[in-house]
Design a protein. Structure first.
Length: 279
């Protein structure tokens, strides 16, 4: 991708892009306030383990890269921004929960030491098609809905296109900003803080350089693989490129355009790219 194109794209990155979301939210107090608004209860503090934390049970297993992973001593918060419906979020939430539990409980420890966990997906689409702002899931008995399993495993899906449900005006402003990245004055202090952080991030030359460097390194690896004439390497390179671009591109169409702008993959079809995009 031409350097000027990357620079222009960086200046238009939305809050919902993986790069911006991960970097802007990598600040404990801001992250705490963000989680409080979404979950609707006060949180004393959060310790950020780091943005884009990678977790894997064993080398051969399927790893996960988390946008936000935070703890407050008693509770774990995992929050992901999702701009495209990849048709796997319910199962992915199950996998994330299981992997977190597996890695947090040491051999021989009592299961009651497992912490309450919130797996949160912020979706720029209505995953369940009911128009709700928030879909919250906890395990209950199907024969007696009032009977909770109390396994402390909670999944929350935020719908930025929502219109149904009782939520605060500040939460509505947050949802609007997450959906649009609109630069204007908001009533919510939190949303104004996120807006200003986005403005500053777009002007942050270090972050711009990091963004360009990551894409540049990816493209250099691809050029090297092409020069070596490795067909298998080309397929692996495409998979790696798609995975990398998912952090920067807001949707599949934008990602596909960036892929084919790379001379190495100018001839790949949408189906070729979708195979790795939805994997």
């Amino acid at each position: 991708m031409p350097e000027q194109t990357i620079e222009n794209e960086y200046s238009r990155l939305e809050f919902s892009s993986a790069f911006m979301f991960g970097n802007i939210m990598n600040e404990p107090e801001r992250c705490k306030r963000f989680l409080e608004e979404i979950l609707g209860f006060p949180i004393h503090h959060v310790d950020l383990v780091g943005s884009e934390r990678t977790m894997k049970f064993r080398e051969a297993s399927h790893g996960i890269r988390m946008d936000i992973y935070a703890e407050d001593g008693k509770t774990i918060y995992n929050c992901e921004m999702q701009t495209e419906d990849e048709k796997d979020l319910p199962k992915r939430s199950r996998y994330y929960q299981g992997l977190i539990d597996t890695l947090k409980l040491k051999p021989g420890e009592d299961y009651n030491l497992l912490k309450k966990t919130f797996i949160i997906f912020i979706c720029k689409f209505d995953l369940f098609g009911q128009g709700r702002y928030v879909y919250r899931f906890e395990s209950r008995c199907e024969d007696d809905y009032n009977l909770k399993l109390e396994d402390d495993a909670i999944k929350v899906f935020i719908n930025t296109k929502g219109v149904v449900g009782e939520i605060s005006e500040s939460f509505k402003e947050l949802i609007h900003f997450m959906d649009s990245s609109e630069i204007k004055e908001y009533k919510s202090d939190l949303v104004n803080d996120l807006k200003n952080a986005l403005i500053e991030a777009r002007a942050n030359e270090e972050w711009r350089a990091e963004y360009m460097r990551e894409l540049g390194l990816e493209n250099e690896l691809l050029r090297k693989g092409r020069a070596e004439g490795l067909i298998e390497g080309r397929a692996e390179g495409l998979a790696s490129l798609v995975d990398s671009l998912k952090k920067f591109c807001p949707d599949f169409d934008t990602l596909y355009q960036n892929v084919v702008e790379n001379k190495t993959y100018a001839d790949v079809t949408e189906d070729d790219v979708k195979k790795y995009y939805y994997s």
